[in-house]
Design a protein around this ligand. Structure first.
Ligand code: ARG
Length: 465
């Protein structure tokens, strides 16, 4: 050895201890990917059975591997498993434990496979389950919303544009608008599921394997629709995770919009609803406060989920084919965003049935906002005035009403007639809030009859899922 090598070694010896420890921790993923253990074991069992089917493993070998894996599964579930950072990830921890338990045969499990196709398989299985539980949660939330919509189909709420009173709407109609967003979320998840449910197993490290594997068989054992087409793509593709993150971000965007409305409605200034005490908290200094913490926090957590979507997109943007260690970074954002969305949906499922509408306050607020001005304009149009002129006439009438601090319906006939002689006694029917609501009586509009039929359709959609 040259002096230089020696000094390298000396230096290396000292430094590498510390560095190794750091690198070990830095490159390990077991701290977070251990939650994939169920899927890892499922995937391994399917792989072993496939190897047995094609004659690479004997019946005895596959039996031992399976029972070893089952015993590991049991121990992990019971919390009796020592995860080791030295073994880097969930895959090598389980494989090492298998060999420790069943001996040399355990080492045969990894024949014709790589951690690259293994991890891709695990995540797909994980994501598939996550999609299914998100769908169940969305379904429950939709049922709760539809029930609330039915309870409040006749409740009048000021409909807003620009957060200014626009036209009266049914509270039930408003809830059904939320329901529409969730229907799209549900359908998006199902659509994403199709691209998730393909088996990368058999792609091995990147190019496939020299063993006579049966990819259809292992795919079938794992409930995948088919094996994925291209081995290079199979080990490197994380589009499905990004799609799910995008779908999850939209779910959160919707929950955040709902939350914003709940926060505003629960304020003393609006005072439209009461949120149950169990979903609110108090202030440590202001005794009168009842803060809508749960919707506020959901609104806040939206940024976190959308942030994870950005992380995943950025993670993938410069990766050459095929697998790169970068991919290990997909897990934490993915897990966290799924945990977050699940929690938020759960919170909504609890909260929605407990929302109490303060019907009188909503009605009063609708009255104050000249919400029937468009109805008056439509009335004039039906009597022959072009819409633009009708708009002008009603604008003047609203001006007078504001001056007198009265509602349009409180102006008398003479006062109204100074703006147009087309106005007659029958005008008061269109100026009532109930009349205004009931008059918007076509598919998709707010008349309570329409809201009830939308509810019926929505219910049968849920039942058909
Ligand atoms: N822990 C790794 C991950 O999560 C597993 C795959 C490792 N593959 C490799 N070639 N280093 O991506």
């Amino acid at each position: 050895m040259s002096d230089r090598d020696k000094s390298d070694k000396l230096w290396g010896g000292r430094f590498s201890e510390a560095t190794d420890e750091f690198v070990e921790r830095f490159t390990a993923s077991v701290q977070f990917d251990k939650r994939l253990y169920q899927y890892d074991i499922e995937g391994s069992i399917a792989h072993a059975r496939m190897l047995n089917k094609v004659g690479v493993l004997s019946d005895d070998e596959v039996e031992q591997i399976e029972s070893g894996l089952e015993s590991i599964r049991k121990d992990i579930a019971a919390g009796n498993f020592d995860w080791s950072i030295k073994l880097e990830d969930v895959h090598m921890n389980i494989e090492a434990a298998l060999t420790a338990r069943i001996g040399e045969i355990g080492k045969k499990l990894h024949t014709g496979r790589s951690r690259n196709d293994q991890v891709a398989t695990d995540i797909r299985l994980y994501v598939r389950d996550a999609i299914d539980s998100l769908c169940t949660l969305i379904d429950k939330l939709q049922s709760a919303l539809i029930d609330l919509a039915e309870r409040e189909a006749d409740t009048i709420l000021p409909g807003f544009t620009h957060l200014q009173t626009a036209q009266p709407v049914s509270f039930g109609h408003h809830m059904m608008a939320w329901n529409e967003m969730l229907t799209r979320d549900y359908d998006r998840l199902l659509d994403c599921r199709k691209r998730v449910n393909l088996s990368p197993l058999g792609a091995a490290a990147l190019a496939g394997t020299t063993f006579p594997i049966d990819r259809n068989y292992s795919a079938e054992l794992l409930g995948f629709d088919a094996p994925s087409n291209n081995s290079l793509d199979s080990v490197s593709d994380r589009d499905f995770a990004i799609e799910l993150a995008a779908a999850a971000s939209l779910i959160m965007t919707h929950l955040s919009r709902f939350s914003e409305e709940l926060v505003v409605w629960a304020s003393v200034q609006f005072d439209f609803i009461d949120l149950p005490d169990r979903f609110c908290t108090g202030s440590s200094i202001m005794p009168q406060k009842k803060n809508p913490d749960v919707p506020e926090l959901i609104r806040g957590k939206t940024g976190r989920v959308t942030g994870h979507l950005m992380s995943l997109l950025t993670l993938m943007k410069s990766q050459p084919l095929a697998y790169n260690k970068d991919n290990q970074e997909d897990k934490e954002p993915l897990f966290d965003l799924l945990d977050t969305v699940e929690d938020c949906l759960q919170a909504y499922i609890g909260m929605v049935p407990a929302i109490r509408c303060k019907r009188e306050n909503m009605l009063e607020a609708t009255r104050r906002g000249y919400a029937t001005a468009t109805d008056l304009a439509d009335y004039l149009v039906k009597k022959g005035l072009p819409f633009r002129d009708a708009h002008e006439v009603v604008g003047k009438a609203v001006s007078l009403a504001i001056e007198l601090k009265q509602d349009l319906a409180e102006l008398d006939l003479e006062q109204l007639q100074q703006f147009s002689e087309l106005i007659a006694d029958d005008v008061f029917e269109v100026l009532t809030l109930e009349g205004s609501l009931a008059a918007r009586d076509h598919f998709g509009a707010t008349a309570p009859t329409q809201v009830r039929s939308a509810i019926e359709t929505a219910r049968s959609k849920l039942a058909a899922r």
